[in-house]
Design a protein around this ligand. Structure first.
Ligand SMILES: [Cu+2]
Length: 187
């Protein structure tokens, strides 16, 4: 028994060593590295990157993600499909070398009856509230923080029970119009 325990501890040291090698290989502050801390449960996790060309992209195609073709090595995300009441985790990462005042992203999902165009228009002037129009705060299902280059935010929420297409948007001025939008499709 004691021998087995010794073997086990040798293996676990080896595993820790190998994992840390992999983690170092990811580079600093990549979404992949940050997600390791939270990937240890069964909550469905979607990692999304906001880019300088104002797209939400994902590194890989996956079940429940609708993409609109390839952007470089990545895929432009257009829809997230989910089940009513499903627990969902979204990790948003802004990849940019630009200053946060010039290039920041969030991902805000609004309720079915919210007017997303008006929400985005009013949010564009709410810089002091992370570009979220206060009048719409009770119509938001979930939102990340507004993130400058290199920053990430993780949100976890229960998908609404009511079926339908919930619009999501980046509310940084101009980004919605440029294409930073999509739908959370609940069915
Ligand atoms: Cu944006």
């Amino acid at each position: 028994m004691e021998y087995i325990m010794q073997r086990l501890s040798v293996y676990s040291i080896l595993i820790v060593f190998m994992v840390s090698m992999v983690a170092c290989g990811n580079g600093e502050g990549t979404p992949a590295e940050e997600s390791e801390a939270v990937a240890d449960d069964d909550v469905r996790t979607i990692e999304i990157i906001g880019t300088d060309d104002m797209r939400f992209v994902v590194a890989e195609e996956a079940d429940g993600l609708v993409t609109a073709g390839q952007v470089g090595d990545e895929y432009e995300l257009t829809q997230i499909q989910a089940s009513p009441g499903e627990r969902l985790r979204i990790i948003l990462h802004t990849r940019s070398e630009l200053p946060a005042t010039a290039m920041s992203h969030n991902l805000a999902i609004v309720d079915l009856d919210a007017d997303v165009d008006q929400f985005v228009r009013e949010s564009a002037t709410a810089a002091d509230n992370e570009y979220i129009a206060p009048a719409f705060e009770d119509q938001i299902i979930a939102t990340t923080a507004m993130l400058g280059g290199g920053e990430s935010d993780t949100i976890e929420f229960d998908v609404p029970e009511e079926q339908g297409e919930y619009e999501y948007a980046c509310t940084f001025p101009g980004h919605f119009a440029a294409g930073m939008r999509g739908q959370l499709v609940v069915e």
